[in-house]
Design a protein around this ligand. Structure first.
Ligand SMILES: Cc1ncc(COP(=O)(O)O)c(C=O)c1O
Length: 358
């Protein structure tokens, strides 16, 4: 494997890719239903939930839309501190909801006090929070925000996007009292893109039952009716489900705690490298991601040039997102990346900088 330090799609282990070449089965067959059920059971461990995890044939943005369509008739509060949390707000507006924002500039975290203030002014059916803002490397304090929501507005559903953290960092759905939690396949799960995994608790299912016009494709009640038969209403992305089932075994064999520790160690190492170099981290202390380190670089460091240098070693690094392009770069250390891979990248960074006198 040639590690790409990019926040998805990430490298997929060859034996996981291989699973996708398995012959098709009728999706309404005992054989496929057994695989679907097995994958769903293992997913509950990764989400730390006793509830259902829908295996959805869409990317993470579809799960953002599903949360909006199922959990709110009218009013949504969106926590916005980067591109992907802003997308979730846009999804709410596009679905005709009255959406308000708790917003801070990119690079800052959403603080519980900000949410408390917003909830005291207005009643909301749903709050949306991105756990790990992939555009900035900021990890929002979901635990503390959830505590505020439960205290100030207990009827508000709490939906969390953990697209770039779940399976790389511990997000305990039930212990945190989250009503909905999702990820996409192509990041910390280290699978090809194409499916989203979305856990929904009973309280959220009951809410969905009260919300009219949930649409069809993302209707949780319809998905649940079929999930109860270890199936889906529509044809699932079967090859990806084969790969998911296999990859979950690999993840559980590594051990979830070991996996989280591997990512945390890589975050620490990346942060220490930046500190030694004197380059600032974009996320403030206390709110830094375990799966993605965003570094503010001086203008003379040209990330596109550096990537050309890296290509000769079969490595790749992510540029800053949107307006942050050229000003920051993102070291994604998620999925299959090991500390030794990261050391190779950091050594290449040092070597390149030395040749440029940076
Ligand atoms: C935090 C976050 N949420 C949502 C998305 C959108 O996910 P997808 O590209 O799977 O639709 C991304 C994609 O990078 C993301 O990083």
């Amino acid at each position: 494997m040639s590690p790409m330090f990019v926040p998805g799609p990430v490298d997929v282990a060859p034996e996981v890719l291989q699973q996708q070449t398995k012959p098709m089965l009728p999706h309404r067959s005992k054989d496929f239903e057994a695989i679907f059920q097995r994958a769903g059971d293992k997913l509950r461990q990764v989400f730390f939930t006793q509830y259902r995890v829908f295996i959805m044939t869409n990317s993470g943005s579809g799960a953002q839309e599903a949360a909006i369509r199922n959990l709110a008739k009218e009013r949504v509060l969106s926590c916005v501190n980067g591109a992907f949390s802003k997308r979730w707000y846009d999804v709410a507006v596009a679905n005709g909801k009255l959406a308000d924002k708790v917003e801070v500039p990119m690079g800052q975290a959403i603080l519980p006090g900000m949410v408390e203030e917003a909830l005291q002014k207005q009643k909301y059916e749903l709050i949306t929070i991105v756990h790990n803002e992939t555009s900035t490397g900021v990890q929002n304090p979901v635990k503390e925000i959830a505590e505020v929501v439960k205290r100030v507005s207990p009827d508000t559903m709490i939906a969390v996007d953990a697209v770039s953290s779940l399976a790389g960092a511990k997000v305990e759905m039930d212990a945190l009292g989250l009503d909905l939690l999702f990820t996409s396949s192509q990041k910390c799960m280290a699978l090809p893109p194409g499916i989203a995994l979305c856990a929904v608790n009973d309280r959220a299912m009951a809410r969905a039952a009260e919300v009219p016009s949930r649409g069809w494709y993302f209707d949780f009640l319809l998905l649940e009716k079929h999930r109860n038969k270890d199936s889906t209403p529509m044809t699932p992305a079967m090859s990806l489900v084969f790969a998911l089932d296999y990859q979950l075994d690999r993840m559980l064999a590594e051990g979830l705690e070991n996996r989280f520790a591997r990512h945390a160690a890589m975050a620490k190492r990346s942060q220490a490298w930046a500190a030694k170099k004197g380059w600032a981290l974009f996320a403030p202390e206390g709110y830094r991601s375990n799966t993605l380190t965003v570094v503010t670089n001086p203008p003379e460091f040209d990330i596109a040039e550096f990537n050309k240098f890296l290509a000769t070693r079969n490595l790749r690094l992510a540029n800053g997102y949107g307006d942050l392009k050229g000003k920051t770069f993102r070291i994604a250390h998620m999925g299959e990346i090991q500390l030794t891979d990261l050391e190779n990248l950091l050594a290449a960074l040092d070597e390149y900088n030395a040749t440029k006198g940076i």
